[in-house]
Design a protein around this ligand. Structure first.
Ligand code: FES
Length: 128
């Protein structure tokens, strides 16, 4: 524990007190190249901690910022499937999660998607 104790109680405070952080806003404009170079590692660590924290705590369901379709027929302007009702069996499940390898039919891939994304999507099942 001694190395951690020394790091937290001595090394980090000494490092932080030695940073050329100005007392006023105008002081930032007076910093030299050497001062900015000394601040780069500090801001890199702060940025890294912020990034990891954001990635950890951000809501997992941000689908309104993402494409619904991650990979199915991306070369098409619009994915449209026409299924003749006579070709359906007694029961046919259509994918609504856009993860099926057999799209537009459900192949069960929604289960993995739901586990990984805390989602609850599933197929629409058409029965005769
Ligand atoms: S695989 Fe997409 S809903 Fe089942």
């Amino acid at each position: 524990m001694h190395p951690i104790s020394t790091l937290v109680k001595t090394s980090i405070p000494n490092y932080l007190s030695g940073l050329p952080i100005p007392d006023t806003i105008g002081g930032w404009f007076k910093l030299g190249v050497k001062d900015w170079a000394a601040l780069v590692p500090f801001f890199a660590v702060i940025g890294g901690i912020s990034f990891v924290t954001f990635r950890t705590v951000k809501p997992r369901n941000t689908s309104h910022f993402q494409s619904v379709n991650p990979s199915i027929r991306k070369d098409e302007a619009k994915v449209v499937d026409i299924v003749n009702i006579e070709d359906l069996g007694d029961s046919t499940a259509f994918c609504r999660c856009w993860r099926s390898a057999k799209f537009p039919y459900c192949d069960g891939s929604h289960g993995r998607h739901n586990r990984e994304n805390c989602d609850n999507t599933g197929p629409v099942v058409i029965k005769k």
